[in-house]
Design a protein around this ligand. Sequence first.
Ligand SMILES: Nc1ncnc2c1ncn2[C@@H]1O[C@H](COP(=O)(O)OP(=O)(O)OP(=O)(O)O)[C@@H](O)[C@H]1O
Ligand SMILES: [Mg+2]
Ligand SMILES: [Zn+2]
Length: 560
Amino acid sequence: MGYTALYRRWRPIVFSDVVGQDHITMTLKNQIKNNNIAHAYLFCGTRGTGKTSIARVFARAINCLNSKDSNPCNQCEICKGILNESIMDIIEIDAASNNGVDNIRELRENVKYPPSKAKFKVYIIDEVHMLSQGAFNALLKTLEEPPSYVIFILATTEPQKIPSTILSRCQRFDFKRVTFDKILGLLRYICTEMEVDTEDEALKLMVRNSDGAVRDALSILDQCMSFCEGKLTYERAIETLGLVTDQFLFKITDAINEENSKEAMGLIDDLVNGGKDVGQFIKDSISHFRNLMMTKMTENLQEVIDMSKENIEVLKEQGEKFELNTIIRAINILSQTEAEMKWSSQPRILLELAVVKLIQPQIDDSYEALIDRIGKLENRVYNLKLENIKVTPVLEKEKDIDNEKDIDKETTEAREYVVSQDIKEEDSPPNMVNLNFEDIKAKWGMILKEIKKKKVSIHAVLMEGNPLGVEGINLIIGFKDGFWFHKDATSKKSNSEFIEGIIFDITGEKVKLKCVMEDEIEDTFNKVKKETCDFPEKEDEIRRVKEYFSEFEDKLEIIE
Ligand SMILES: Nc1ncnc2c1ncn2[C@@H]1O[C@H](COP(=O)(O)OP(=O)(O)OP(=O)(O)O)[C@@H](O)[C@H]1O
Ligand SMILES: [Mg+2]
Ligand SMILES: [Zn+2]
């Protein structure tokens, strides 16, 4: 017999072999126990998380002659017959290649005949979202009045493509990505059983790269096992997977921080010449910057970062060198690059472009890049001892500008320049950026729709809010009496930022959400007005500074 891939060899044969989908296996087992099984199920969720496996276990369990604890015995005549495919009552159909009306008509004909040996005839239709409209209609007819001996299990990674008429006739189970620990446990178990000596760090690396899909984890393990003779070490796993080491990530991140393009490009060259996968490197860099972000957010890094203690210390040190804004900008740029890479035949160039953007924010026109430039500019101005000139209020942060007297003569030229460009507080326009409220309101339906597509939970709470008006950069969302929960949930930072992002995508308006209860509206309008006038929001400031920006930077360059 030829080589059997690990994921086939270790396909779950009873419910307890399945890791991580307890909510599903428990329910199914209970249904079997209580003789309460449905006639149509929809298994949906991430690929490689157990949909087909559970469907097969379930199909045997309900037909097993000797079932224990609702599991198939895998020994009786029926179980054996199903396993060796001599009993044809469990029918698996791949809808991707059988997606036409005729295929489903054939199925309908077939459904009429009772099972040959088993109690139930089970149809497992994989990739069911691939069926044509006509095929769905034909299937619907069967689902409407199936013979009592027929059970359908429809499986898909894309439930949103299934017509609601079908959905409403199925009992739906959502398969989740499996947690890190559960997959790690499974890999450890398999390695022990197969007597393969592995370093735990190597296994962890594999799990990290599987992103919650068990099949992927097993395929990665398979690949590593066939590549490494003897002990499966971390280094060998990295080599096999074409991954880069943490050390490499630290190095290139340092180069970015020091704005050392030459070094960074050299490292990319090494990466490519070393045969590493550029796409994978981008993924790794995103998680590296995510880890750097964590160093700014929490003390308990051990809990949120899966890394050795020593590396966490290095990470902390590197984190201190970065502003949070810069990190966020890096994550955005890299994520964008990752998405673009899927369509590109030139991944290396995209990577280089991303790194150049990271090193030189001036060629990047995004909001984060501007913030970044402001931060850097601020430092330069500070270093040039121009503290006495009223530049600071324009910029984001308060700096100590006490020592008026200490003006360096040589900087007079610069001073004049800056003074002439100086934005005095009294010149500032009132902090009203004219948001186009009518436009936002007109597109509100679209905004809600988009949010629903991406995050149903946020849509559910925002639905109860009404856009009432704008004040400065604030978009006021009113909630009716009694909808406190919805208001609070919408106001949650991560949620409102998400909504703001969608509003920006659709309308091009950069707003800040302000959620209020409608009965408190009068009060809030006044308060918001006071807040925006007293403490200018940084977006306003950036808009005004933007015009002066490039010129100002050039001038500084000359002075320096
Ligand atoms: N939850 C799980 N527990 C244990 N093993 C699993 C699990 N999920 C997947 N596997 C492993 O991955 C292999 C493939 O899983 P399965 O075919 O059930 O995934 P699937 O969800 O149907 O994927 P797809 O969407 O690609 O069809 C199995 O043979 C098994 O080895
Ligand atoms: Mg499947
Ligand atoms: Zn059996």
